[in-house]
Design a protein around this ligand. Structure first.
Ligand code: ZN
Length: 446
């Protein structure tokens, strides 16, 4: 029986209405949180983990990510979304083989764990996604993940290898779901991932909405990231992206949309009415020149908003601390010095992020009965000292190197500043080799 007592740290349980920070212990038993704050006498028998000088909080929920793109870091610079996809990312994805998928997923998983993420909401490419699901299962992290579904090619820009019929897309998704949904003691879940409105037919959207409802799964897609995407959606389907999705499946409370930067006022209402979660990806939106999502407005409509890094070629690091800092600062660009305060931002990174992907019953706070997904952050560094307001220190001062321990289901993924199960040098060497052969397959080398 696994039993750990985390003691001596400053607790940020992130529970609604509870004190924001306080001294206290966390007792983990059999992968779940058994006590928070005051612990019973029997907890004194547990393995002790001293967290003096550290913050103890729920693990970060990374609500939008493409592990398959980690290997493309730095390979698609200076482009806005549609040319970024068509001239670089799609040809690179089309050239993936098993070795490059594995190298990409492992590099990405390392970066996420390093940075304190305990749950990922991941979108794959159209083929070979079983490799990524295997790597997720082996890593120890919690994740929803699914192959990208692409049964529509409106302008002939999709590489042949990424195109698929509706039947093929759905049958491959069904097979992957059969193999991996619920794998690794339930840590791995299968999410349907139509790429975006311009790459998936209304029929496919309708079918995944039905399947998600039937099998208690999630749907993960992109929406309203750039004005040109919204214009193309309007041209082909007669509506902007979210309005279009609302006609072809949105409405079950099982969808999470990445970005939502360019929304019509009535589309915000649609998101709220359909209990759709939003993944806010500030560094990606800035790097591709997409714009800035109005998170403050969405939250006023009680939409659950989480934070995501998106793929490595659009940020270029899977650093959750940078996403938190940007999310907090960006609303202040118009002269509002509050923006998203540090505490609210930390809420997005944990509790609200969990709600945005439909997992708030299981993760996102340190509460009795929830999964023991915990992150311990060392605050005794120059950039986070003093730290009387711990949320401010974490959001605006801390970096991944301060994440001391990461636990999922009470098991260590990072311990004493070391990510377990990976050799960083080997990951890098293998990644470089895999990219080299991928680039020659993609005929993009040099
Ligand atoms: Zn994305």
């Amino acid at each position: 029986m696994n039993s750990i007592l985390i003691s001596g740290g400053t607790l940020l349980p992130m529970t609604e209405g509870a004190p924001r920070q306080r001294p206290g212990d966390v007792w983990i038993r059999d992968g779940r949180i058994a006590a928070v704050g005051e612990v019973p006498e029997e907890a004194r028998e547990a393995t002790r983990l001293d967290a003096t000088g550290c913050a103890v909080l729920p693990g970060f929920v990374q609500t939008h990510l493409h592990l398959v793109q980690t290997l493309f870091r730095g390979e698609a610079e200076g482009l806005s979304l549609l040319p970024w996809l068509r001239t670089r990312i799609w040809p690179l994805e089309a050239a993936h083989d098993e070795e490059s998928l594995r190298a990409s997923a492992r590099l990405g998983l390392f970066g996420c764990i390093e940075s304190g993420a305990t749950t990922l909401f991941d979108m794959g490419t159209t083929h070979g996604h079983g490799v990524v699901l295997e790597e997720i299962a082996a890593s120890g992290i919690r994740a929803w993940s699914g192959k990208a579904l692409m049964d529509l090619d409106l302008d002939g820009s999709t590489p042949t290898r990424l195109r698929e019929t509706t039947e093929r897309a759905l049958s491959e998704a069904a097979e992957l779901a059969r193999q991996f949904d619920g794998a690794a003691s339930g840590r791995v879940r299968y999410a349907y991932a139509p790429r975006f409105a311009l790459s998936a037919t209304p029929d496919l959207h309708q079918e995944v909405a039905r399947l998600a409802q039937r099998h208690d799964r999630r749907v993960h897609t992109h929406a309203s990231e750039t004005p040109s995407e919204v214009d193309a959606c309007r041209r082909h389907f007669g509506n902007p992206c979210v309005a279009h999705l609302s006609r072809v499946g949105l409405g079950t409370g099982r969808w999470t949309l990445a970005h939502c930067v360019h929304l019509e006022p009535n589309e915000v209402e649609v998101l709220a009415a359909t209990r759709t979660g939003v993944a806010h990806c500030p560094s990606s939106n800035l790097k591709l020149g997409s714009g800035i999502a109005d998170v403050v407005r969405m939250r006023l409509h009680r939409i659950s908003v989480g934070l995501g890094s998106d793929g490595a070629p659009c940020n270029n690091r899977l650093d959750f601390f940078r996403e938190m800092s940007l999310a907090s600062l960006l609303p202040r660009r118009l002269g509002d010095a509050v923006g998203l305060d540090a505490w609210t931002t930390l809420t997005l990174a944990t509790r609200e992020g969990a709600a945005a992907i439909g997992m708030d019953q299981e993760i996102g706070t340190l509460e009795i009965g929830k999964r023991a997904d915990v992150v311990i952050i060392d605050l005794c560094t120059p950039n986070t000292t003093p730290h009387r307001e711990v949320a401010t220190a974490i959001v605006h001062g801390a970096s991944p190197s301060q994440v001391r321990d990461v636990l999922v289901d009470g098991l260590f993924l990072k311990r004493n500043f070391q990510v377990l199960g990976y050799d960083a040098r080997e990951l890098c060497a293998r990644g470089e080799l895999a990219l080299e052969s991928l680039l020659s397959r993609a005929a993009l080398a040099g």
